[in-house]
Design a protein around this ligand. Structure first.
Ligand SMILES: [Zn+2]
Length: 202
């Protein structure tokens, strides 16, 4: 009498292409008569077929597939970055023009020293904005100056508002907007994937 477990082990071996402990004719004779082992045989065959349907080894060009994906992602990020940087540059140049016009408004034949100083500061900011639109790495220094100017103007505007004067809200907003564009441009430039790739370990 052949044990079912032995038969099923032999059937597994047959599927795997290994030698079985039971002779083929004995195995087939048992299989023909035993519903339990027939069920096992069919299930094993089915399982074996479903396994062979799944590719067990990665495709040969897997690295190509990965590189292609990375490259596409890289290009996508780069394109978005270039677009953002261009938008920031254009905005900074426009802002520089605003500051020059702003300075020009202060210029008058009978202008005071204070007004002259204020006009020079605005021309200075305009120059700095044009400079960083070309050299974004210099943004932190310019941001510090514009940010300090915004803080000072804000304090001054609040004081004016409290004492009933007219606070220069449009100037404040212009300064705030300048800060925001500078921050956005700096972050965009800082996230430059080319810069990361070119970074050398210290
Ligand atoms: Zn059996």
């Amino acid at each position: 009498m052949v044990d079912h477990n032995d038969v099923q082990a032999a059937l597994s071996a047959r599927i795997d292409g290994e030698d079985s402990a039971i002779a083929d004719d004995v195995l087939d004779a048992h299989l023909a008569e035993c519903p339990e082992c027939q069920r096992y045989w069919e299930q094993s065959l089915q399982f074996s077929r479903s396994l062979s349907a799944v590719p067990m080894s990665p495709p040969d060009n897997l690295s190509d597939v990965i590189y292609a994906g990375v490259e596409t992602e890289f290009q996508r990020v780069s394109a978005r970055r270039v677009l953002l940087m261009t938008a920031c540059r254009v905005t900074l140049v426009l802002l520089a023009l605003v500051y020059v016009v702003w300075a020009g408004r202060l210029l008058a034949p009978e202008m005071t020293d204070v007004e002259l100083g204020a006009a020079s500061v605005r021309v200075g900011i305009a120059t700095a904005l044009l400079f960083v639109s070309w050299k974004p790495s210099q943004i932190p220094g310019v941001l510090l100056i514009v940010g300090a100017m915004f803080g000072f103007s804000l304090g001054f505007a609040v004081l004016e508002a409290i004492t009933g004067g007219t606070a220069p809200w449009s100037q404040l907003l212009t300064l705030l907007f300048t800060c925001a564009v500078l921050v956005a441009m700096w972050v965009t430039d800082y996230g430059n994937p080319l810069r990361v790739l070119n970074a050398r370990p210290i």
